[in-house]
Design a protein around this ligand. Sequence first.
Ligand code: FNR
Length: 194
Amino acid sequence: TPTPLLVFSGSTRADSLNRKLAKATADLATAAGAQVTLLDLSDFDLPIYNGDLEAQGTPADVIRFKQTLHAHPAWIISTPEYNGGYPALLKNALDWASRPVTGNDEWANGLKPFAGKVVGLLAASPGGLGGISSLSHLTPMLMKLQCWTTPKQFALAKAHEAFDANGQLASAGARQGVQAVIDQVLWAAPRLAA
Ligand code: FNR
C-alpha cells in the first residue's frame, strides 16, 4: 500500500521558493508511488502561541493541523532559512501541535502528531548554501518530539534559478538530491513509522 506522505513548506509567501520545492517534491514522490498530501500552512489559522490563549481552549485549526499530522506517517518539510534558523511560522505551528488540547475537544489528545513519524527535510534559498543551516536547528527539534529524521537532507542553493517553467527542478543534481530524501522517507516509513 502506498505511504501517505505529507509535504509542506515553512513559507506561505505566494512566490515562495520552498512552496515551489514542496510542489516539485510532491510530484516526484507521487511518481515514486507515495500517496501525497500537499499541505499549505496558510490554510490553518494558527495564532502566535500564548499560554493564556491556549487556556481559553485550543484553537480549532490547531486541532485540525494536529489531525493532519497524525494521519500521515511520513512527512517532507521544505523550510526557508531565516538568520541561520528556521522561521517562526514553522516553529509556531509545530509548537502548537506539540501541546495537549484544552477545552471541549480533549478527545483530540488521542492524536499522536509526532512520535514515530518519519520526516525528510529540505531547504531552499536564493543563497549559495540553500538554507542548510536551518536544518541543523529543525532536526533536533523533531528528534526532541520523537520523530525519525532521515540521514539524507537536501538544501537547494540558488533556488530562484532552479525551477523550469513547469515548476519542476531544472537540474539533474537537484532532482537527485530531492529524490534521495524521498527514497529514504519511503523506505523508512513502513519500517519505522508509528
Ligand atoms: C532571509 N534569507 C536568508 N537566506 C539564507 O540563505 N540564510 C539566511 O540566514 C537568511 N536569513 C533571512 C532572514 C529573514 C528574516 C528573511 C525574510 C530572509 C533569505 C531567504 O532565503 C529568502 O527570502 C527566501 O526566498 C525565503 O524563502 P521562501 O519564502 O522563498 O520560501
